[in-house]
Design a binder for this molecule. Structure first.
Ligand SMILES: O=C(O)[C@H](O)[C@@H](O)[C@H](O)[C@H](O)COP(=O)(O)O
Length: 260
């Protein structure tokens, strides 16, 4: 049985759900994503979904099966990345390749609605180019603009977390965690290889309507404990800075939640 904790602070809703297994996380994540897809396709005529790299893509596998594979309005999806490694799109480290091979190639999302980074550019160039792409999509009203922050407001952001508490390519103690003007920026000294990446900034992440933080495995348990337990440590982990305008839901398996 899943354990659920829900809290509302200053109008923001945060829910933490602990599942018995990664399989149960994947089942619930598929329903959560499909329900939001239905809501936004009905309300806005499209659905903007932001992916991260890592194990998240594997956790989306239930969307590739009935009933969701047939019921989701895939042609209304617009897919972007919260972070990407600065490597060619066919490189083993590419988040695009990971998502394409493991997910996108198996559903009828329109190729023109999949926004990969320009892999012909430098890290700085790719970040600027991606920000320009976001601005265009906001102007076209594919992506909403937040009336609170003015930053792009994605319908659903799907985030993983590293054992050190990083999200996207925003690492503990790194100055990029404090970037508050740019929409997309680059890092050239990522502690997790490869070193060059582009990433959305916290103002963009936190303007989201919905964020799912999907965390499985014992390696992440200490960071989960620091973020959700009674933490005495004054250093704030990037994952603790995730605080969307809309709703935040943590999907944890019991190993990730083992220190709570
Ligand atoms: O490009 C990346 O490295 C990812 O976007 C990164 O932020 C990832 O989501 C976390 O590191 C969690 O990865 P795991 O789920 O594989 O632990």
């Amino acid at each position: 049985m899943a354990e659920i904790t829900t809290a509302k602070t200053a109008g923001k809703k945060k829910e933490v759900e602990v599942f018995d297994s990664e399989e149960a996380v994947a089942v619930s994540l598929a329903k959560y994503t499909a329900d939001l897809s239905e809501k936004f396709c009905k309300e806005r005529g499209c659905f903007t979904v932001v992916l991260s790299g890592g194990s998240l893509i594997e956790s989306l596998r239930k969307l590739l099966e009935p009933p969701y594979v047939d019921s989701i309005e895939w042609s209304k999806w617009h897919v972007l990345w919260v972070d990407e490694r600065v490597v060619p799109k066919d490189h083993v480290d590419s988040n695009y390749k990971l998502a394409y091979d493991g997910f996108l190639a198996q559903v009828p999302i329109l190729p023109g609605n999949v926004y990969a980074i320009n892999d012909a550019l430098s890290a700085e160039g790719a970040a600027e180019d991606y920000e320009t792409c976001l601005k265009h999509l906001v102007n076209m009203k594919v992506i909403e603009a937040s009336s609170v922050s003015g930053f792009p407001k994605f319908d659903l952001m799907l985030l993983g977390m590293g054992p050190d508490g990083h999200v996207a390519s925003l690492f503990p103690g790194h100055q990029l965690c404090n970037e508050n003007e740019k929409w997309v920026t680059c890092i050239k000294d990522s502690p997790k290889p490869p070193p060059e990446r582009i990433t959305f900034t916290f103002p963009v992440i936190n303007s989201s309507a919905y964020i799912a933080l999907v965390i499985c495995g014992a390696a992440e348990a200490v960071a989960v404990q620091r973020a959700l337990g009674k933490d005495q440590n004054s250093d704030v982990l990037p994952v603790q800075m995730v605080s969307p305008e809309g709703e935040l839901k943590w999907f944890l398996d019991k190993d990730a939640a083992s220190k709570l």
